[in-house]
Design a protein around this ligand. Structure first.
Ligand SMILES: [Zn+2]
Length: 384
């Protein structure tokens, strides 16, 4: 397959130089400059949270994204979005919704995203591949078979994936729109997923809001309790909790930072990390000098537990891609140099490099293993 892709590439380059020499020279000179990983890594950050495609499974070409990363982002995770917004003619007519807020029609799990991401990754050079950590997302977390899907993806596309996610359990506006059973932190299907991820060494990137939108005063944030219990049930799984639990309208709860500090101090949660991705999260953190300082103090106190990410979805330009990084300027200024480096690169490197090694080892001993077909149940009609 790789030979075929290379051959197609070289025919394309040859034709290009024969028929459009000037354009071609410009394109390939630009691409060579923008796409090769920096010789000495002077990049600003590694991106622990990046979507190549959107809610209708469209996005930018991986080569275009390499251009967008340029020398600013040294490495990045790579995933699509596990959910597809359905275009229901009866709901929006000729208007084609491309975002979950643009229609009342449901979302559904789109497993093909994993094959898409794997093929995209396989289409770039080994040097370019080193800059990416692809993630499996196309599973339904309410399905007891979800872990089997993840296993199937690893076996079909070995040497590709480093983790699973971003997948969502509770998310404002989104969870209630998904067809089928409502996802829950207490569902054993989710335990099977996290068990399997721990067994293989896959990093888990999970989105779960810290609370419901617009909670009444004094109301118990039950999601937080369930989330803590879920994390504690899987001590051997490396987990990244996306966005510190915040959202578009899920605001920092009273004592948000103190609650997170308590969790970080709890040795039963040492395997849990937090990403500060999304411009919506940056918005809260830089909203006031006091909020910025309190967050910086917490990150300085627990420098190994936080990761930077953009949460950008198929950004068209480098300027768009860098906006979250730019927003965080006031926060970065208050971090010690060591903490800043860990937040932007060091923690990513430690977590994902370890995952690459573990997942490759698991694949080595499992890819060739024959699939064991489960015993038929009495109702399956298989003759005795
Ligand atoms: Zn995201």
């Amino acid at each position: 397959m790789e030979i075929i892709i290379r051959r197609i590439k070289s025919i394309y380059i040859l034709r290009c130089f024969l028929f459009k020499p000037v354009i071609c020279l410009l394109f390939f000179a630009g691409s060579a400059k923008g796409q090769s990983p920096p010789a000495t890594d002077s990049s600003l950050f590694y991106d622990s949270h990046f979507h190549l495609t959107n809610y209708i499974q469209e996005g930018i070409d991986i080569h275009a994204f390499l251009q967008v990363m340029g020398t600013k982002a040294g490495r990045s995770t790579l995933f699509g979005i596990p959910l597809q917004q359905q275009w229901e003619y009866g709901n929006s007519g000729d208007y084609a919704p491309s975002y979950y807020l643009a229609s009342d029609a449901p979302l559904y799990y789109y497993s093909f995203t994993d094959a898409y991401i794997a093929m995209v990754y396989k289409s770039i050079t080994p040097e370019e591949q080193k800059r990416f950590d692809p993630m499996i997302t196309g599973f339904n977390p309410t399905d007891m078979y979800a872990a089997d899907h993840i296993k199937r993806v690893l076996k079909l596309f070995p040497n590709v994936f480093s983790g699973i996610g971003e997948f969502t359990i509770h998310k404002e506006f989104v969870s209630s729109k998904i067809s089928g059973e409502t996802a829950s932190l207490t569902n054993p299907a989710l335990d099977r997923i996290l068990d399997f991820a721990g067994q293989v060494g896959l990093v888990v990137l999970i989105h779960n809001d810290i609370d419901m939108p617009f909670p009444k005063g004094g109301q118990e944030p039950y999601l937080l309790k369930q989330l803590g219990e879920l994390f504690r049930r899987h001590p051997n799984t490396t987990i990244i909790w996306a966005h510190m639990g915040l959202g578009r309208i899920v605001q920092p709860i009273p004592d948000q930072l103190r609650i997170i500090e308590r969790a970080l101090a709890d040795s039963t949660l040492n395997h849990v990390h937090i990403d500060i991705s999304w411009n919506e999260v940056a918005k809260y953190i830089v909203a006031s000098p006091a909020a910025t300082k309190a967050t910086a103090d917490l990150i300085n106190k627990y420098p190994n537990r936080f990761l930077f990410g953009t949460d950008e979805v198929a950004p068209a330009t480098q300027e768009t891609y860098l906006r979250v990084y730019e927003m965080y300027g006031p926060l970065f200024k208050q971090l010690t140099p060591e903490t800043k480096n860990k937040l932007l690169k060091g923690n990513y490197e430690r977590i994902f490099d370890a995952a690459r090694i573990k997942v490759r080892l698991w694949e080595k001993s499992n890819v060739a293993r024959p699939v064991t077909v489960p015993q038929p149940t009495p109702v399956s009609g298989t003759p005795e």
